[in-house]
Design a protein around this ligand. Structure first.
Ligand code: B12
Ligand code: SF4
Length: 508
């Protein structure tokens, strides 16, 4: 059977959708993938008609979306409805907020979708009902029916290699034209994940809720064997001729055991031999593990500090990591020559008090340079614990105000979100500190200026006169623009970052 799969990410990695496509192809079906963008590209100008033409011979159309991109998903589903195909919506948003999705498709899929999609296609082919399928959700006479979840695939080695079927994938471009997505072939920074799930349960992250709906406990975290990872990376090397580096998007790359990392450090340099970047949680950062990963080729590491206030981390984010542990992790990373750490911080958080932000700035000043800081807007991701808390506390009324369509690359965005304006001055200051940090400066700010900018008097003025915060923010935005222009110029000159996925610098 021919299935059309449509992603509403701005990004083209869509590893979940590619995995589903691979599973379908592995079972003898045909799949066409379309990357329809989130918001930047209009659907007008023939986009819908072209997608409809591609999907004409499909009996099933699957749409994949996070919460960001859910508006686009609804737009697409409504426009494709007249085709009379079976419309199914899967991905993080229908998983965590099925109430918002079920009415827009014939059915939704909660959770991991490879097995589900195979069963769905088989049911359609055989003319059987799909209503009993595990993971399925749908409206029956206006009531939401949510079937139980099928067990998670335990052994990720059994999953197919993601489908990079360049010949059958299309991207919607400005002006509403669908173009074959051959440009992907030029990608030089390849995203790859060898695991699913995370042991932690941060309140703002989807993982806490996913674990709850799967009631999966420890088995929620699954990893491919090192042998399988290496085999996949070899295939990437064959597929992407311009490959220069990997970005491992495992939620915590260093959560692997020292034995696994040892094997990886032994094999990767010989069999793959490309530098790579990972994400890791502070708790997993030990001297031994970092040294092994560096030996393998790790030269960048992204670490979520999220807040420099222990109170915020514990009481708001559910992250039980002490300041001491955060600094200890930073010191381990600083001790590795040639390793560039990037720290993430969440700002625009209405649960933070003035003192929390001052604590954050104090902690950041203790992190040994050089490093990069990225400060992201808090989003109350629908369905997460923090989303429910913010609704219960009356901070937001629900989906419409949670900020789920916000773009994490857009910098601190308080406009349109009254709940982000509480700490405008200190959040703006933190935005100014984002970017490269050296012993002399933090982002746009000379280190020597920070004590004055955080003095009790100036902070008081900043809180009393919102114009002070606005001015700081304007400065921060200008700084980001100038810096981005400089980075993009440098990238062009060095032919770096040709394709997709934000570079560290773009994430400022
Ligand atoms: C790598 C990553 C990125 C990368 C690459 C994104 C990509 N699409 O590959 C980058 C850095 C670009 C990125 C960006 C963003 N990300 Co991100 N990202 C991740 C991360 C760590 C891994 C994604 C992944 O590969 N998952 C593994 C695959 C197998 O899972 P999956 O995609 O969900 O797919 C499975 C199921 O959902 C289902 N499924 C998916 N589609 C479909 C379709 C059908 C028809 C069916 C039946 C089933 C189905 O089956 C799939 C296979 O089992 C996740 C964390 C996580 N746990 O997923 C966050 C995560 C997905 N990101 C998140 C967010 C918020 C973002 C941003 C929106 C941030 C922002 N505010 O801008 C941006 C959006 C970019 C955009 N819209 O263009 C959230 C999404 C939460 C939500 N409710 O939407 C997550 C869950 C992290 C979190 N905070 O909780 N991200
Ligand atoms: S450590 Fe990261 S991936 Fe894991 S639950 Fe927390 S935010 Fe999510």
């Amino acid at each position: 059977m021919h299935v059309t799969l449509i992603s509403t990410d701005d990004e083209v990695w869509a590893s979940g959708m590619r995995s589903i496509s691979a599973a379908l192809k592995g079972a003898g079906h045909r799949s066409t993938m379309v990357f329809a963008g989130t918001a930047g590209v209009a659907l007008t100008g023939g986009g819908i008609e072209q997608i409809a033409a591609l999907a004409a011979s499909s009996r099933v159309i699957g749409v994949s979306s996070m919460s960001r991109g859910s508006a686009r998903a609804k737009e697409l589903l409504a426009a494709l409805r007249p085709l009379g195909k079976l419309l199914v919506w899967g991905g993080m948003h229908p998983t965590l907020h099925p109430q918002d999705c079920a009415g827009h498709a014939d059915l939704i899929c909660r959770g991991e979708g490879e097995g589900f999609m195979l069963e769905l296609v088989e049911a359609v082919e055989r003319g059987r009902s799909w209503r009993e399928l595990g993971n399925a959700g749908y409206l029956a006479e206006g009531d939401l029916v949510l079937n139980g979840l099928a067990p998670l695939p335990e052994n990720l080695d059994h999953l197919s290699f993601p489908d990079y079927g360049f010949a059958a994938e299309w991207r919607l471009e400005q002006g509403g034209r669908l173009r074959p997505h051959a440009a992907m072939l030029e990608a030089d920074r390849i995203l790859y994940s060898g695991s699913r799930g995370c042991v932690n349960e941060c309140t703002y992250c989807s993982n806490s809720q996913l674990k709850a709906i799967y009631r999966a406990g420890r088995r929620y975290v699954r990893r491919k064997s090192v042998g399988r990872v290496i085999a996949d990376l070899k295939r990437c090397r064959e597929l992407f001729p311009g490959l220069r580096r990997f970005y491992f998007t495992d939620e915590d790359f260093l959560a692997r055991s020292p034995e696994e990392l040892e094997e990886f450090a032994r094999r990767y340099p010989v069999e793959i031999g490309r530098p790579f970047e990972v994400m890791a949680a502070p708790r997993s950062i030990t001297k031994e593990k970092v040294a092994l990963a560096v030996r393998a080729g790790m030269d960048e590491i992204d670490v979520g500090l999220e807040s420099g206030s222990e109170r915020t981390r514990r009481e708001v984010f559910g992250r039980f990591v002490s300041d001491e542990l955060q600094l200890q992790a930073a010191s381990v990373l600083n001790g590795e020559r040639g390793l560039r750490p990037t720290y993430f911080l969440i700002i625009g958080n209405p649960y933070e008090r003035r003192q929390d932000l001052l604590d954050s700035i104090r902690l950041l000043r203790q992190v040994p340079p050089p490093f990069t800081l990225r400060a992201y807007n808090l989003v109350f991701l629908p369905g997460t614990k923090l989303f429910h808390r913010a609704c219960a506390d009356g901070i937001i009324s629900g989906l419409a105000e949670c900020g789920h369509e916000a773009n994490f690359l857009a910098g601190f965005d308080h406009m349109g979100y009254p709940w982000k304006q509480k700490n405008l001055y200190l959040d703006s200051l933190t935005s100014l500190m984002a970017g490269s940090s050296t012993s002399l400066r933090m982002g746009a700010l000379p280190r020597a200026l920070i004590p004055a900018l955080t003095s009790a008097w100036l902070v008081e003025q900043g809180y009393r006169w919102p114009g002070v915060g606005e001015a700081a923010l304007l400065l921060a935005r200008t700084w980001v623009r100038v810096h981005r222009a400089a980075v993009s110029l440098r990238n062009k000159t060095m032919r770096l970052g040709a394709l997709p996925g934000p570079t560290v610098e773009e994430g400022l």
